[in-house]
Design a binder for this molecule. Structure first.
Ligand SMILES: *[C@@H]1O[C@H](CO)[C@@H](O)[C@H](O)[C@H]1NC(C)=O
Length: 311
């Protein structure tokens, strides 16, 4: 609106989920259960991996990093959503909003990069089984994780700092259940071209590059297995990569679904449903995908329970 004075906005209002009042309680219970499952499931995976020294291999250390990332990722948005569903006041301070943007981007990118590290780990395990221990040394794993943390920090920092440059006008209602970067950009009344450009370029790098790297490692894994075609080879593929492949499909399936899925008339609604998928559903399912199909994790779980019954 022309003539609109730029006011300093000290807080935003989160509109939350478009749920009819009669279903509020049902959805509250559902989301609470999902969030608690996410926290519990991922905590169990982390604790099992710490406790069981058989699981101190690169694959499981990366997995516990992934669980940590899942746990934090859904904690960025879910507690606030649950709180807002119960209260009349759904405001979030400006600084709180920026913090949410920062950690949301941070853990989303962390998850993405960890999936690449895990794909590389599987690639080395299958294509160079004899050199696996010397290639995936503890030193390399720690350096990889450190590098990933540095990259994700820079990525989240860049977007958040660019966001602080913007000024916001009177409209401070975010039609979402958390401070989503693109929803915030729509509210800004200064020029957002730089922000959009950076999102396009860096966002493309952070999503597409890991995806391509994962595809390349799997292409190599499959071609190395096809060299000696046998049911044993295919069995080996699924037993060593099955869990990772499922998690990758779930993660990228959701992202691809966002872009290629049926375009609803109501794009805000579609955004919200998709955000729900990757902030709540994916982090909740990851620990189950790993533990249900995985003999090592099941073994570790059994050991813990046997120790308990001995006490
Ligand atoms: C993450 O991975 C690194 C390197 O493998 C490992 O040292 C660290 O304990 C892991 N952190 C968590 C929280 O699992």
């Amino acid at each position: 609106m022309p003539g609109n004075n730029q006011t300093i906005i000290s807080q935003f209002l989160l509109l939350g989920l478009p749920i009819a009042p009669e279903y509020e309680h049902l959805f509250y219970a559902l989301f609470l259960a999902m969030y608690l499952t996410t926290v519990l499931g991922n905590l169990i995976i982390i604790i099992l991996i710490i406790l069981d020294s058989h699981l101190h291999t690169p694959m499981y250390l990366f997995l516990s990093n992934l669980s940590f990332s899942d746990l934090c990722f859904s904690s960025v948005t879910m507690p606030k959503l649950l709180q807002n569903m119960q209260s009349q006041d759904t405001s979030i301070p400006y600084a709180g909003c920026l913090t949410q943007v920062y950690f949301f981007l941070f853990f989303a990118a962390l998850e993405n990069f960890l999936l690449v590290a895990m794909a590389y780990d599987r690639y080395v395990a299958i294509c160079f089984p004899l050199h696996y221990a010397s290639i995936m040394s503890p030193k390399l794993c720690v350096s990889l994780v450190l590098l990933i943390w540095v990259l994700t920090t820079l990525y989240a920092m860049l977007h958040t700092l660019l966001l602080t440059r913007l000024s916001f006008c009177e409209n401070n209602v975010i039609p979402h259940f958390f401070c989503d970067l693109s929803a915030l950009l729509k509210l800004a009344c200064s020029d957002i071209h730089i922000n959009e450009l950076v999102i396009l370029i860096i966002g493309g790098l952070v999503v597409l590059l890991p995806f391509l790297l994962i595809i390349v490692s799997y292409a190599r894994i499959i071609s190395s297995i096809l060299k000696v075609p046998s049911t044993r080879g295919i069995h080996k593929l699924f037993s060593t990569c099955g869990s990772h492949l499922s998690v990758v499909s779930l993660f990228y399936g959701t992202i691809i679904g966002i872009y290629l899925g049926p375009s609803a008339n109501n794009s805000t609604l579609k955004d919200i449903v998709m955000s729900m998928m990757y902030t709540v559903v994916t982090p909740m399912l990851n620990p189950f995908i790993y533990s249900l199909r995985n003999r090592d994790i099941k073994g570790a779980l059994k050991k813990v329970f046997q120790k308990k019954s001995l006490l």
